[in-house]
Design a protein around this ligand. Structure first.
Ligand SMILES: *[C@@H]1O[C@H](CO)[C@@H](O)[C@H](O)[C@H]1NC(C)=O
Ligand SMILES: *[C@@H]1O[C@H](CO)[C@@H](O)[C@H](O)[C@H]1NC(C)=O
Length: 412
């Protein structure tokens, strides 16, 4: 049982830590981890949830519970605007929660900047994460395969429609702008293809690090792709359907006494080296405790598996159940592509040139598949990577200013 889980922990942990460790020795890494762990235990901020973080930054905050057609209960967050405020809806990345948008803090985070400019800001939370681990009849226990039987397809088919319908109903307004980050874009495209009647309620969409085609994913994550099927099979065999819930990395570190031994160091070293593409200059060290307290926030093993399929197939298509079951479900041996040409919502694409997870080649392919691109923006910083979009020191100037400009000018 330790093996696959431990591997998963290492990968996730190293992935994030590599942001901070490119120029740091492993003695420093050990120190950094201990400090981070202590900070989280003693640091009030790291223990705050999204609502508390927003309030502490001096903004009003609300939580709303939304029921999906298939019975999931999603808790979404809001920084309410005035009666005439246009609605902006933000949707988080894989293994993230609404907290990821605000951890870079007051005066910097995108939701605060939007609120300052008078928008009504909503932060979604997908099924399976810390805030949406609930269902009207199913228990979210990791061994309950039924609860965890979803991928980003269901998030796009059920969660986004439920959240967007709720917000438009409550505010009696369309969503002025939907901003997705990484999986928050994937799921939007799925929704726009499968639920066009809901997509019509959104006037514009901004994609940060767009993730539809992922066939050109490179770096350390690429290395586990050949083993992904085996890891998934083992996890299923062990009855583990939930992937990296909140605090799993912290609990793991605490359990090993945060003793980063030689073996761990070597694994981390290899992975950090292979992931490279990380941007040391833009990583803000004091964010580490906050980051580890809010990432990962949990998802289903099936969601990870669906992304892995996309890397192998180089296609953006429905979940692959294998030939026989595909036949029963799709009436075809191969799962159907998500037909991006059906999307009519105006879309802005923003990408980084040093992004190994959603690299330029794949974003370019997406661009060629969409018919209504209103902006194609390369972040003007050569080392900009996947995580920099929300976490980089210069994200406010390199990304958020552009986002605000697009929101202001493209939709009337
Ligand atoms: C990378 O993207 C290009 C263009 O979409 C595609 O032809 C190629 O097969 C991709 N590479 C891999 C390794 O999938
Ligand atoms: C299944 O696919 C076949 C061949 O493409 C088609 O003739 C048939 O009508 C389809 N059946 C259903 C129920 O869609």
């Amino acid at each position: 049982m330790m093996q696959p889980t431990a591997i998963a922990y290492f990968l996730s942990l190293c992935g994030f830590l590599s942001a901070a460790t490119v120029n740091v020795t492993f003695n420093n890494l050990q120190e950094l981890l201990s400090t981070a762990l202590n900070d989280i235990q003693n640091n009030v901020d790291a223990n705050l949830n999204t609502l508390e973080l927003i309030r502490k930054a001096g903004y009003p905050a609300e939580a709303h519970v939304v029921l999906t057609e298939d019975g999931y209960l999603l808790t979404i967050h809001r920084i309410p605007g005035g009666e005439n405020s246009p609605v902006v809806f933000l949707q988080h990345c894989l293994l993230c929660s609404s907290a990821i948008w605000v951890i870079i803090g007051k005066g910097k985070a995108l939701p605060y900047k939007l609120a300052d400019q008078g928008y009504d800001v909503w932060l979604g939370n997908f099924r399976g994460n810390t805030y949406s681990r609930a269902h009207i009849s199913l228990s979210p226990s990791p061994s309950n395969a039924k609860f965890w039987d979803f991928s980003f397809d269901e998030m796009g088919t059920y969660d986004l429609p439920a959240m967007i319908s709720y917000v438009t109903y409550l505010t009696s307004k369309p969503v002025h702008t939907y901003i997705g980050y990484s999986m928050g874009t994937t799921t939007f495209y799925v929704m726009a293809v499968k639920r066009p009647e809901v997509a019509k309620m959104v006037r514009m969409m901004i994609s940060l690090a767009p993730a539809a085609f992922v066939g050109n994913l490179s770096g350390g994550l690429r290395l586990i792709i050949p083993f992904a099927n085996s890891i998934e099979a083992i996890l299923r065999f062990l009855g583990i359907n939930e992937f990296l819930p909140k605090n799993s990395v912290l609990l793991y570190l605490a359990r090993v006494g945060c003793n980063v031994d030689l073996f761990t160091q070597q694994i981390c070293g290899i992975i950090v080296f292979l992931i490279n593409g990380f941007n040391d200059e833009q990583f803000d060290y004091p964010l580490l405790p906050m980051l580890l307290a809010h990432f990962p926030s949990g998802t289903s093993v099936k969601t990870i598996a669906h992304f892995v399929q996309g890397v192998s197939s180089n296609k953006f298509r429905a979940y692959d159940y294998g030939r026989e079951k595909n036949m029963q479900i799709y009436n075809a041996t191969i799962p159907p592509d998500y037909d991006l040409s059906r999307i009519t919502v105006p879309i802005a694409l923003m990408y980084g040139t040093n992004d190994l997870i959603t690299p330029e080649k794949d974003v370019e392919k997406l661009r060629n598949s969409l018919t209504n691109i209103v902006e194609y923006y390369r972040v003007p910083y050569p080392k900009f990577n996947h995580f920099d979009f929300l976490l980089a020191k210069d994200a406010p100037t390199l990304v958020f200013e552009k986002v605000l400009e697009i929101i202001k000018n493209k939709v009337n």
